[in-house]
Design a protein around this ligand. Structure first.
Ligand SMILES: Nc1ncnc2c1ncn2[C@@H]1O[C@H](COP(=O)(O)OP(=O)(O)OP(=O)(O)O)[C@@H](O)[C@H]1O
Ligand SMILES: [Mg+2]
Length: 253
């Protein structure tokens, strides 16, 4: 479980996160949604210690994020950041292999290669594994970054907008792979999504943030309603049911 207790964050005089308390249970997929600037990336950044905690506490399986060593934490929790700048002279396989660093410290074993191969396969990268990153399309590079995070083989995987740049086919394939990973490998996945229909279709739970606070938290059926979505995003979003599944349609002109 990721336990977030009374967490606040300020940049200068601006309060970004305001006394957030929320727990993310072990297992399954939790989607983090909310408007631009709500604080989603900041919260994930604190949980993975990309940012130092200023106030409050965060623990992952009872390991305090602020006092646990980086070595131990890197085997527990992996994060794909929203913005990534990776060396373009790397091959896809080399990038994905970086995910093994907390385990191998640069000396890849047979087991590391097995996990790298599996990650490449899971995210549809096997055939381009020897290509240089700067020869890939934006979506192909994005998939390689997700594979690198997965390759770290942690219990917790935090993915900040992993669907960026993906076409409909690969977005849907990625969500299916994540669902499969959560179900069959007991991983806990926290994923920031702007397309709430993916959140509604694939997540077990949706946490919505707005203005540095958690404003809704529940099962997809509870959040995928006109009332809840209207409160989160500040405009009317019709929701229809397709085969019993709620689908939001924010397209009306
Ligand atoms: N280093 C920083 N210095 C100052 N303000 C920052 C910094 N990082 C983030 N912010 C501000 O904190 C707020 C929350 O940012 P954050 O990136 O967490 O939002 P988000 O919910 O991930 O948004 P998005 O959907 O656009 O990615 C924003 O108003 C942003 O401008
Ligand atoms: Mg963000």
């Amino acid at each position: 479980m990721i336990r977030i207790e009374n967490v606040s964050l300020a940049f200068g005089k601006t309060n970004i996160l305001k006394e957030i308390s929320v727990s993310i249970p072990k297992g399954g997929i939790t989607a983090l949604i909310g408007p631009n600037g709500a604080g989603k990336s900041s919260l994930l950044g604190l949980a993975a210690r990309l940012l130092p905690l200023q106030a409050g506490d965060i623990s992952v399986d009872n390991l305090s994020v602020s006092s646990t060593s980086g070595k131990v934490l890197a085997k527990k929790i992996a994060i794909l950041r929203q913005d990534n700048h990776v060396g373009s002279r790397l091959t896809v396989r080399e990038l994905v292999g970086f995910g093994r660093f907390p385990h191998s410290h640069g000396h890849l074993t047979e087991n590391d290669h097995r996990i790298i191969d599996e990650s490449l396969r899971l995210f549809g990268l096997t055939e381009m594994s020897e290509r240089l990153l700067d020869t890939l399309s934006g979506g192909q590079r994005q998939r390689a970054l997700v594979a690198m995070a997965y390759c770290q083989d942690t219990d917790y995987l935090l993915l900040d907008e992993p669907l960026n740049n993906l076409d409909m086919y690969f977005a849907s394939e990625l969500m299916k792979s994540l669902r499969n990973i959560a179900d069959t490998r007991a991983k806990t996945i926290v994923i920031v999504l702007h397309d709430i229909n993916y959140a509604g279709s694939f997540a077990d739970r949706i946490i919505a943030m707005k203005d540095g606070q958690v404003v809704a938290d529940g099962k997809p059926a509870d959040i995928m309603t006109e009332t809840a979505l209207g409160g989160i995003y500040g405009f009317n979003i019709p929701v229809i049911s397709v085969g019993g599944q709620p689908i939001a349609l924010p397209f009306r002109r």
